[in-house]
Design a protein around this ligand. Structure first.
Ligand code: ADP
Ligand code: MG
Length: 300
């Protein structure tokens, strides 16, 4: 067992951020920790990484209690905090060497070189962190999280704020690193979980509301699809509602519409357009927020 969380409660003054949270993560798993803003994701991760104390309950990492063995736990855990705080004035290699020093790594320079190669920072390694794009800063953040060869990796919203290309790169990198580690990764995007994780733990208002395999959740998710379409000319809502398997239609603006339906409704929309002489200028599936998925899953 890599992470064991049992009946954890966390209060910030009178406010309960975590309310009796329990879950287990086995070694080698990549688990998505999914929840809307303010659900308690970062709080839970800070407790597991020994950054803040819990109010009550039990947390063990690799069998070690975080209260009694915080130094040992920190050695076993790599942590990429939310917003990835970095020293912008430091050079990439200088920073990684600095972090390596904190952990007392013996072959520090070699290890820094390894990290630079592993996360794909070769071209940027002589730059200041402040000069890097957000995607490359995340690579530095990942490198500092794994430089001491931790068994467990805790990543707090590692892809938030990245552009689509950077997003794909960082997800791939996490998948690669995750082959040999236990990974817990927080996000508020369902698709992220589907792309990376074996299992999903959903948290809402400080309580766990679902704990299931990503595949199972994906199957439920596939039942419903949200598609954004732009036509070349005006359409009527009543007409669009007639399209096969479409359950609801909403106008965004002008000739842009959002369709919700069952299964893959894109072919039906395309067929409709062809039959009624519409041109489709754009069509894309919409990334669902955790809230949408949660509503679908719980049926309210
Ligand atoms: P998430 O990461 O899921 O967005 P957080 O763990 O950051 O959620 O926050 C959970 C709740 O705890 C929120 O209501 C937030 O406002 C509150 N909270 C987080 N950190 C603090 C803090 N240092 N002091 C007081 N309240 C906090
Ligand atoms: Mg957070």
């Amino acid at each position: 067992m890599s992470i064991e969380v049992k009946n954890v409660v966390k209060y910030y003054k009178e406010q309960a951020a975590l309310n009796d949270v329990s879950f287990k993560i086995n070694s080698g798993e990549i688990v998505g920790f999914l929840g809307p803003n303010g659900a308690g994701k970062s709080t839970m991760m800070k407790i597991i990484t020994c950054f803040i104390p819990k109010s009550s309950g039990l947390v063990k990492v690799c069998g070690l209690d975080v209260d009694d063995n915080s130094i040992e736990v920190r050695r076993k855990v790599g942590y990429l905090p939310e917003h990835n705080p970095l020293y912008l004035d430091m050079y990439v290699k200088e920073y990684l060497g600095f972090v390596g020093g904190i952990y007392g790594i013996k072959n520090k320079n070699e290890r820094v070189k390894e990290m630079v190669n592993l996360v794909g920072l070769e071209k940027e390694q002589h730059k200041k962190i402040g000069a890097l794009s957000k995607g490359y800063r995340q690579r530095v953040g990942l490198a500092q999280a794994i430089i001491h060869e931790p068994e467990v990796l805790i990543l707090d919203e590692p892809t938030s704020g990245l552009d689509p290309n950077q997003l794909v790169d960082i997800r791939q990198l996490i998948l690669n690193i995750g082959k040999t580690k236990t990974v817990m990764l927080s996000t508020h995007i369902m698709q992220e979980v589907e792309a990376i994780c074996d299992r999903v733990i959903i948290i809402k208002e400080g309580q766990i509301v679902a704990d299931d395999t990503a595949k199972h959740i994906q199957q439920k998710d596939e039942l419903k699809q949200t598609v954004l379409v732009e036509f070349d000319k005006e359409a009527s809502r009543n007409q669009l509602k007639q399209i096969t398997n479409v359950k609801s239609v909403k106008n965004v603006e002008g000739n842009k519409w959002i369709f919700m339906g069952e299964g893959d409704i894109r072919p039906h929309i395309a067929k409709f357009a062809q039959q009624h002489n519409y041109l489709i200028l754009a069509m894309s599936t919409v990334e669902k927020s955790m809230e949408d998925v949660f509503k679908e899953m719980t049926g309210n």
